[in-house]
Ligand binder design. Sequence first.
Ligand SMILES: [Zn+2]
Length: 119
Amino acid sequence: MSRPRMQKFICEEPEFKEFIATGAKSTYDTNLTIEEYEVIRLIDMEKMSQEECAVQMKVSRPTIQILYSSARRKIASFIVEGSRLVIGGGEYMFCTDTDSNCMYRNKMNKCHKEERERE
Ligand SMILES: [Zn+2]
């Protein structure tokens, strides 16, 4: 019996989903999943610890470590080798439910998404 893969909770989909290196000659795509993007956003942009990130996305800390290292490896490959970076796919849900672990929702009573939409 296979265990269902755990859903990761994210605040919103990325605004920018495709990046092309200027002068790139290779044609392969580097694909960053939505969950990997969210881990980079939370840890590197929002300065969350891996523990906080795990709570936020409702997954275990080891899962965050795996996502974080694979995301960084892909981003490194993109900036070193060029070609195209595409963000998309993965298994995730939006943290808009009332029992969400979302820190934005808990601390500010609103989600990242709502925050940006109001700007
Ligand atoms: Zn949220």
